[in-house]
Design a protein around this ligand. Structure first.
Ligand SMILES: [Zn+2]
Length: 232
């Protein structure tokens, strides 16, 4: 009886505030949560977490010593994932990042290589950008992973000193050299040799996450693995 009443109320609310799919914008049916069945089925999942030698890991090889690296989804132009990232970053729907983080966390838990993690750290936004947007979408992604994997999320360790990275017109080597002073580490007491999962929303050139990982490796006695929601 109680659940019937809840459903009635939900249906009533949905008439005035229809919930929309985070990947295509269609109106969600009652049993659909955040993403419609069609999108859920057709999203370009990479399955990178199932093997170490994947495109995300390869992109980072030789730039930073990492344990594992993976991306949940493939980001292509004018796609469902592009729509999703837009909703997360610019349409005030960071809970979608948390939802996908939770789903990904459940998948990572099934892989032995991701079972010995100690901490999750999101790539931080610069304080000016955080104020403007109101939230860090990567932290929401990390929050979902944290809930699914039961690993603490720490937002107090890595700090962003520089707002943006200018990369235009620069060669690959130079790009990685100029990112040294983007992040900083707060002094915190951690166990020796902690295994950190560094997380971000989208992997593009990799310059930002490489810089963040290098900052952690220089400042903390740790090993670093990487997970991103999408990969361009
Ligand atoms: Zn959809």
């Amino acid at each position: 009886m109680k659940s019937e009443l809840k459903r009635l109320i939900d249906d009533f609310v949905a008439i005035f505030f229809p919930r929309e799919c985070g990947c295509c914008g269609c109106v969600l049916k009652y049993q659909e949560k955040y993403v419609c069945i069609d999108c859920n089925y057709h999203l370009p999942y990479t399955n990178f977490h199932e093997y170490s030698d994947n495109d995300t890991a390869r992109q980072l090889w030789g730039k930073v010593p990492i344990e594992e690296a993976c991306s949940f989804l493939l980001l292509q132009k004018e796609s469902r994932v592009e729509y999703l990232i837009y909703q997360i970053k610019y349409n005030r729907q960071p809970f979608l990042a948390e939802y996908f983080g939770y789903l990904y966390g459940l998948k990572l838990l099934q892989q032995g290589r991701y079972q010995n993690l100690d901490l999750i750290i999101p790539v931080p936004l610069h304080s000016s950008k955080l104020r403007k947007r109101g939230y860090n979408q990567s932290a929401y992604f990390g929050r979902g992973l944290s809930r699914a994997m039961n690993i603490p999320l720490r937002e107090d360790i890595l700090v962003r000193k520089k707002a943006t990275v200018s990369q235009t017109g620069k060669g690959r080597v130079e790009r990685y050299e100029n990112v040294d002073d983007i992040f900083d580490c707060n002094e915190v007491i951690l166990a020796a040799n902690v295994h950190i999962l560094l997380v971000d929303d989208v992997l593009t050139t990799g310059a930002t996450i490489v810089s963040a990982a290098l900052t952690l490796l220089n400042a903390v006695d740790c090993r670093v693995s990487i997970a991103t929601l999408a990969r361009a």
